[in-house]
Design a binder for this molecule. Structure first.
Ligand SMILES: *[C@@H]1O[C@H](CO)[C@@H](O)[C@H](O)[C@H]1NC(C)=O
Ligand SMILES: *[C@@H]1O[C@H](CO)[C@@H](O)[C@H](O)[C@H]1NC(C)=O
Ligand SMILES: *[C@@H]1O[C@H](CO)[C@@H](O)[C@H](O)[C@H]1NC(C)=O
Ligand SMILES: *[C@@H]1O[C@H](CO)[C@@H](O)[C@H](O)[C@H]1NC(C)=O
Length: 530
């Protein structure tokens, strides 16, 4: 009798432990922080913040852009007022002319130097100072966006764990997390090589470029450290590279359909496809839009994303676009266009500052999407199986466009090379050759076929960090130097050993030959003499 009870008790305890190890640990305080970002950065991670709030966590969300979609009654949001206009000037209004004049690399490098200025503005913003002065303010977990290094001050202040969420494996991240960059086969982001173009010398620059990025990143974070120390009145602030090593988890917005098949250690968890439903539902379109599409065979959606101002393009380029669209009268075009609507806009083109992108992409009449190939737009196109014309502008867009072209999901064009004829031909091909749609349906199915919903997965891993210490998930190489990680010391050693051995062998061979020659020669001399 007694043993039965003991058994039962054991069973209950076991069951309780099992249950408590996997149920939600609701009731933690979680802080999201974005540094340099466009509106799309929030779109990418916001569903996770909502899910955490729904599960009973207190969520605070800091985002330096005021243009935003949706809110949540249980999420407290801040837009640091001194930081918002600076970010707006820098990133939210990317000028196509920067691309046309080949200045986008310099523009990207400025993100580093500008981040220091943004960080000062963040801590100087009155609402942030008020918030920081609240008594008993405390957080268990800080979620940091890429280029949100300023937020390490908050990690330090709250003695919190932190998770990094990144749009992709940026070239400066590898060495911070002990990863060996796969530069032999995977193109580096800023050089714009296609995977088929990695010749010997391109692999050399591919490899050096990653070292260069890391070097300039380390230089940049050293400039952020004194700002944080000063603004938080700290006497001591550890190097940011040390915080980087202490990162509990990296949530990465990539999937092997839209990105190359990169090898990542267990501390990297993909959250690509948050918000993409397996069987997407489309809401009806606004009346103005649905009227416009009423008697059309099909339509093409054009959007260069939230950051690019299409209306700022040179008039000659705009007229190339308009001429191409006008020459395809059976199709309608919806173009996300901020600014003045030009008088010569063709009749089959509707320019509006905003479209409900999900519902547009889910519409049965859509034939294609002309995009800058930002990560969220590429993912949404995959989600709804809409074939692409990719015209990249900056950041990771060339990389994404190259990947999509490589797997047959996009026709890639160069904005500098656009003519109405090329554009017309490409749009005609996309809309009327069924192979593009068929391939995109295939890719879409592969993208959406998951063992677990990406949002549930990201939520699970976020709570996993709250439950455990995650050091077991980290690559052992995290504590190695850049040359140990690349085995350069080993190859150098082997090279020296092989050289020494070869040299020694050669030396003795020569000696033996010399000796043998001398011997034979002297013998011959002897015989001749006799
Ligand atoms: C979460 O917020 C609620 C309401 O503001 C507060 O009562 C509660 O103490 C907070 N939880 C924690 C863990 O701080
Ligand atoms: C730092 O010190 C200054 C001056 O004493 C004060 O105004 C400010 O609020 C402090 N900042 C923080 C974050 O404690
Ligand atoms: C990193 O983690 C180690 C071990 O937990 C700790 O001693 C150290 O203070 C941490 N460093 C930073 C900068 O958080
Ligand atoms: C520019 O367009 C022409 C055809 O119109 C094409 O042959 C060429 O490869 C393009 N160049 C670039 C850089 O895309």
């Amino acid at each position: 009798m007694e043993t039965v009870w003991v058994c039962r008790l054991q069973f209950y305890i076991f069951f309780f432990l099992l249950a408590s190890s996997s149920i939600s640990v609701g009731g933690s305080n979680i802080l999201f922080f974005h540094g340099v970002s466009t509106a799309s950065h929030r779109t990418a991670i916001w569903p996770l913040a909502e899910k955490l709030a729904d599960a009973g966590h207190n969520v605070t969300y800091i985002f330096p852009v005021t243009k935003r979609l949706g809110s949540h009654p249980r999420i407290e949001e801040f837009a640091p007022s001194k930081m918002v206009p600076l970010i707006g000037d820098f990133v939210s209004d990317f000028d196509i002319n920067i691309r046309l004049n080949d200045q986008e690399m310099e523009w990207m490098r400025q993100a580093y130097s500008q981040s220091v200025v943004f960080c000062e503005a963040f801590y100087d913003s009155p609402e942030i100072q008020e918030w920081l002065a609240r008594p008993d303010l405390h957080y268990d977990l800080v979620m940091l966006d890429a280029l949100g290094e300023c937020g390490y001050g908050l990690v330090h202040k709250f003695k919190a764990k932190h998770i990094l969420f990144v749009p992709l494996l940026a070239p400066f991240l590898h060495d911070g997390f002990g990863l060996m960059p796969e530069t032999s086969s995977i193109p580096e982001l800023s050089l714009h090589y296609k995977p088929t173009e990695l010749t010997f010398f391109n692999r050399v620059s591919n490899t050096l470029m990653i070292l260069f990025w890391r070097y300039s990143y380390l230089d940049f974070i050293r400039n952020v450290e004194p700002v944080i120390k000063d603004k938080l009145n700290l006497t001591e602030f550890p190097p940011i590279a040390e915080f980087e090593k202490n990162t509990s988890l990296v949530l990465i917005n990539n999937h092997w359909v839209e990105d190359y098949p990169i090898s990542l250690p267990p501390m990297f968890v993909s959250f690509s496809g948050l918000g993409c439903k397996k069987e997407p539902v489309a809401n009806p379109l606004p009346e103005k839009v649905s009227k416009f599409l009423e008697d059309a065979d099909g339509f093409i959606y054009i959007s260069f994303g939230s950051a690019v101002v299409a209306s700022a393009m040179p008039i000659s380029l705009r007229d190339e676009f308009f001429a191409a669209l006008k020459s395809l009268p059976k199709l309608r075009f919806l173009w996300r266009w901020t600014g003045r609507v030009p008088d010569n806009t063709p009749e089959n083109v509707l320019l509006l500052p905003w479209f409900p992108q999900h519902d547009i992409l889910a519409h049965p009449k859509i034939k294609g999407f002309v995009t800058q190939a930002g990560r969220p737009s590429t993912q949404e196109a995959l989600c709804y199986a809409v074939p692409l014309i990719a015209i990249p502008m900056f950041a990771d867009q060339d990389y994404n466009a190259d990947r999509m072209e490589y797997i047959g999901g996009a026709i890639r064009l160069d904005i500098k090379n656009i003519s109405s004829a090329l554009l017309q031909e490409s749009i005609h091909e996309l809309a009327y050759n069924p192979k593009h749609k068929e391939r995109m349906v295939e890719l879409s199915n592969m993208f959406k076929d998951r063992p677990i919903d990406p949002l549930d997965n990201a939520f699970y891993w976020t709570e996993y960090v709250l439950r455990y210490d995650t050091s077991l998930l980290k690559p052992l190489g995290i504590n190695q130097t850049w040359y140990q990680r690349r085995l350069l010391d080993v190859y150098l050693f082997l090279f020296v050993v092989a050289g020494t051995v070869a040299g020694t062998v050669m030396f003795f061979t020569v000696m033996i030959f010399k000796y043998a020659f001398a011997l034979v020669f002297s013998k011959q001399q002897k015989t001749k003499a006799e």
